[in-house]
Write a protein that binds this ligand. Structure first.
Ligand code: ZN
Length: 175
C-alpha cells in the first residue's frame, strides 16, 4: 500500500471516464487506521449520494474494498475488504442498475440471483455470507474492483439508449 497520506475528508466520488475506475485494485489491510478512516468516509459519501454501495476505486483508491448499507442501521454501513464472490446455483435475474460513477445511466443487467461472499471485516477476520437480497450490490461492487463498469455489460440496445449520456460524461471531463 502507498505510504502517501490520503486527504480522507476531501475524498469525492469519481465519475466516468476517470482512469481510476479502470484499474484492477490491490488487496488492503482493513485493520489499518487509514483504511478504516477511508471506509468511514466512503459510507458517508454513499449515504449523501443515496447509493446502495460504493467501491474504493470510485473515490480514487485502487483498493479491494467496498462499503454497502447496513440493513440494521439507517446511516451505518458495512465494510467488505478483499472480497471473493461465488455465484450459487440460482436463476439469473434481470434488473435495472445504476452507478454513482455513471450519473444518469441505467442498464438492464442479468446476474446470478444468489451468491456467496467471503470478505475481511475491519477487525481482520475473514467471514462468509450468502444472500439473494444483497447479491446484486455485491456483484456490482466486485466489478468495480476489477475495473469493470455497467456500461461494459450493455446490450447493443442499451448502448444506443445510453449513448448520449455516455458522450456527455466524456465531454464534461474533458472541459
Ligand atoms: Zn458502481
Amino acid at each position: 500500500m502507498s505510504t502517501m497520506a490520503i486527504d480522507v475528508q476531501n475524498l469525492t466520488i469519481r465519475t466516468y471516464p476517470d482512469p481510476c475506475l479502470r484499474e484492477k485494485a490491490a488487496e488492503v489491510d482493513p485493520t489499518s487506521d487509514e483504511v478504516q478512516q477511508v471506509a468511514a468516509r466512503m459510507i458517508q459519501l454513499m449515504h449523501q449520494a443515496n447509493g446502495a454501495g460504493l467501491a474504493a476505486p470510485q473515490v480514487g483508491l485502487s483498493w479491494r474494498l467496498f462499503v454497502t448499507r447496513n440493513p440494521d442501521s439507517e446511516d451505518g454501513g458495512l465494510v467488505w475488504a478483499n472480497p471473493v464472490v461465488t455465484p450459487l446455483e440460482s436463476p439469473p435475474e434481470p434488473d435495472t442498475e445504476g452507478c454513482l460513477s455513471l450519473p444518469g445511466i441505467e442498464v438492464e443487467m442479468t446476474r446470478p440471483s444468489r451468491v456467496r461472499i467471503s470478505a475481511v471485516d475491519p477487525s481482520g477476520t475473514r467471514f462468509e455470507v450468502e444472500s439473494g437480497l444483497m447479491a446484486r450490490v455485491w456483484q456490482h461492487e466486485m466489478d468495480h474492483l476489477d475495473g469493470v463498469l455497467i456500461i461494459d455489460r450493455m446490450s447493443p440496445m442499451e448502448r444506443i439508449k445510453n449513448r448520449r449520456q455516455i458522450k456527455a460524461l466524456k465531454k464534461s471531463s474533458a472541459s
